[in-house]
Write a new protein. Structure first.
Length: 303
């Protein structure tokens, strides 16, 4: 026999042994275990879906917040340019960086603005490849960091005759609608992540608190309406019924003390009655046999 055949045989025997071991457990243990597994899967799926929905809603809220910050930033910088104090925008950006929810922000120049005003401050003159791609494609980007700690938002700025009531093209050259820069910021998600973790723990505790009374009720129901009417395990009742049906009246039907109404008790009572009937039939047959012999002997003597 090859090693593969031996391994397959051993694995099959192990699986059969595990199945047999589980089937040998009391019926209430098997039923409660199966229900526990179903509850665990159901609660886990529900908690995950709820968590995912809350996470997506939090990210959407952070994205909306980033868009509001972007609008406020562009409006403030536009006002600074109109009033001639645009060189002081670094103070304004530092105040935003020191806020509770925005961990970093910078204003990038692009296209005709660089041609007209130059690359700008050193800290804002070197866009990353991702930021450059956003400005080239004129498509905003919202990306959650791998650790989930922040939302990186890159929103392009467009040249417009009317941006919140102001004419950007009075200061910027170029065509209307072309990208003149972008606002890049990182919105902190730490509070959101902490709230989501607290929510996951809370809903898990609620699920556990609801499951324990439910399992207790199921255990009571099984013991009261399944195990007690049977008087024992279904396998024992089935084996006893099959042996009695096959004519084996020597089977030992075990009945618990005080049990006078279960299925096993009825089978034990039936077994005893059948045994008594067969005993009576055997006795009657023996009597008839003896009588027949005596009659035959008497006839022989007369002849």
């Amino acid at each position: 026999m090859s090693l593969l055949q031996v391994s397959s045989s051993t694995l099959s025997q192990g699986m059969i042994g595990r199945r047999a071991g589980f089937n040998d457990l009391p019926v209430w243990v098997r039923l409660v275990s199966a229900i526990c597994v179903m509850l665990f899967v159901t609660w886990s799926l529900m908690i995950y879906l709820t968590y995912a929905q809350q996470r997506d809603a939090a990210i959407a809220q952070s994205r909306s917040f980033a868009e509001s910050v972007n609008q406020m930033t562009v409006a403030t910088i536009t006002a600074m340019m109109i009033t001639g104090v645009s060189k002081e925008r670094a103070v304004f950006l530092d105040q935003i960086r020191n806020s509770n929810d925005v961990s970093d922000i910078k204003v990038l120049r692009f296209g005709s603005v660089i041609t007209q005003y130059g690359a700008g401050q050193a800290s804002e003159s070197a866009p990353s490849p991702e930021e450059k791609a956003v400005m080239e494609k004129n498509q905003a980007s919202f990306r959650v960091a791998e650790d989930g700690g922040c939302l990186h938002a890159i929103i392009p700025m467009l040249n417009s005759h009317n941006f919140l009531g102001k004419n950007c093209m009075s200061c910027h050259e170029g065509k209307e609608g072309e990208v003149v820069g972008a606002v890049s910021m990182k919105v902190s998600l730490q509070k959101t992540q902490a709230a989501l973790r607290d929510f996951a723990w809370w809903i898990s505790l609620v699920a556990l608190g609801l499951s324990l009374p439910l399992l207790g009720a199921i255990f009571f129901f099984i013991r009261r309406f399944v195990t007690r009417p049977l008087g024992g395990e279904p396998a024992a009742a089935t084996e006893a019924a099959n042996r009695i049906a096959a004519g084996d009246l020597t089977v030992d039907v075990q009945v618990k003390r005080g049990d006078d109404s279960s299925l096993l008790y009825a089978m034990q009572h039936m077994q005893h009655n059948l045994s008594d009937i067969i005993t009576q039939i055997n006795q009657a047959a023996d009597t008839i046999t003896v009588g027949a012999k005596e009659v035959a002997s008497g006839n022989a003597d007369l002849s």
